[in-house]
Design a protein around this ligand. Structure first.
Ligand SMILES: *Cc1c(COP(=O)(O)O)cnc(C)c1O
Length: 417
């Protein structure tokens, strides 16, 4: 197995890597922000580019020996532009959070105001939460969803934009299951002269496949991760207009990073190559169909879903009134071999540590080949585990069934220690 080669003498590390591989194989991975990168992506990420310093950009590097790093980064640019139809791209951000930081620094000064989505309504920490750099450096305000529909309250957004007059409006979220109307965000930004930044970290794969509308025609800057629905290595991307290109490049390097992770750029390149294949579109469609099937199955036994369902790869279950909170649900599912995470739901009063929601995603299972009928079985496991959340021996029995079922969907078949 690629990752263990040369580690024969490092038994402790080999064992940890092996156990993680087996964990991924035997459990149902339903964390909405996770996926399984292909062996090609993993191999590119483990390549000799890890040895290379390439500070700067193609043809403008601060180190010698960058001729192949240049070729790699240019090829990655070409692929990203082809997928998203953007004028310009920076593929160097180490993560989604650093992509957002660079985007803010490109258009804001400390103290300037940002209008982003409320964390408890689905927004991300970097959209203005007090504990994040965004909340500490900028003056942050938030919009959210409407209490009735649980869809983004666009009228309120426009009202807030006109009263606060933020310098930046951020669209995009981590636990919002519905399609986002970028035209409305553009209108709000135009009303106050704000720059519109769309953070498509979660749904970038859906955008690449044409299932979710593209933010590129509407936003001056679009940020993303590469490891969620886009199914690449852990990392970030920034797409922008040519007019923002210089500012974005300068803020990524030297603004906040040193040398780019060229091995991760190689892995991004591999992932973008895959995203250009026709079967990537089929994959994204199946992911959404699977999420909709999961939503239907859980609703049919009485679970309430925020906004009533999903248009994307994720659902948010509101557990209020079910007798257990998100933490208890997460723990019970973990014992049953199902990996998911607790999440806040809009307008809830519970603490951040014991929120009332459970977020479930289908991107990773769909990569393993799960279809709707398999999701029916997964739904039965989830319902069974939640029904028996305080019966440890029952949860262990479910975990065994989950393993027997899951092992039928090979994961990295060629890889072993
Ligand atoms: C996941 C996510 C990020 C952050 O990505 P990291 O790579 O974990 O830093 C940023 N924005 C949104 C909306 C996300 O969902």
């Amino acid at each position: 197995m690629v990752t263990l080669k040369g580690l024969e003498l490092d038994q402790r590390l080999s064992q940890i890597l092996h156990r993680e591989l087996e964990r991924q194989r035997r459990k149902l991975e339903m964390i909405a922000s996770e996926n399984f990168a292909s062996e090609a992506v993993l191999a590119a990420g483990a390549s000799v580019f890890t040895n290379k310093y390439a500070e700067g950009y193609p043809e403008r590097r601060y180190y010698g020996g960058c001729e192949y790093a240049d070729e790699l980064e240019v090829l990655t640019h070409q692929r990203v532009k082809k997928i998203f139809g953007c004028e310009y791209v920076n593929v160097q951000p180490h993560s989604g959070s650093s992509a957002n930081m660079a985007a803010y620094f490109a258009v804001l000064k400390p103290g300037d105001s940002i209008l982003g989505m409320d964390l408890s309504h689905g927004g991300h920490l970097t959209h203005g939460a007090a504990v994040s750099f965004s909340g500490r450096l900028f003056s942050c305000h938030s919009y959210g969803v409407s209490k009735e529909t649980e869809l983004i309250d666009y009228d309120r957004l426009i009202e807030l934009a006109t009263t606060i007059k933020p310098k930046v409006i951020v669209a995009g979220a981590s636990s919002y299951p519905r399609i986002i109307d970028f035209q409305k965000f553009r209108e709000a930004a135009d009303l106050c002269g704000a720059v519109l930044i769309v953070d498509m970290a979660h749904f970038a794969g859906l955008v690449a496949a044409g299932i979710h509308p593209s933010p590129v025609p509407y936003a001056e800057i679009v940020t993303s991760t590469t490891h969620k629905t886009l199914r690449g290595p852990r990392g970030g991307l920034i797409l922008c207009r040519l007019s923002q290109a210089k500012a974005i490049d300068e803020q990524v390097f030297p603004g906040l990073q040193g040398g780019p992770l060229m091995h991760i750029v190689a892995a991004k390149c591999a992932a973008m190559g895959e995203a250009l294949q026709p079967d990537f579109i089929d994959y994204q469609h199946q992911t959404v169909k699977n999420a909709q099937r999961l939503a239907a199955r859980l609703s049919s036994v009485g679970y309430r879903l925020v906004s009533g369902g999903t248009d994307t790869h994720l659902i948010l279950v509101d557990l209020r009134g079910s007798g257990l909170n998100g933490q208890q649900a997460q723990t019970a599912l973990d014992l049953a071999g199902i990996t998911a995470n607790k999440n806040m739901v809009p307008f809830e009063k519970e603490s951040f540590k014991a929120p009332s929601g459970l977020r479930l995603g289908t991107a990773a299972l769909t990569t393993r080949g799960f279809k709707e009928s398999d999701i029916d079985q997964v739904s039965r496991f989830i319902i069974d585990a939640l029904d028996h959340h305080d019966d440890e021996s029952k949860l262990k029995k479910i975990a065994q069934k989950v393993e027997d079922f899951t092992i039928n969907f090979p994961l990295y078949p060629g890889m072993d220690s």
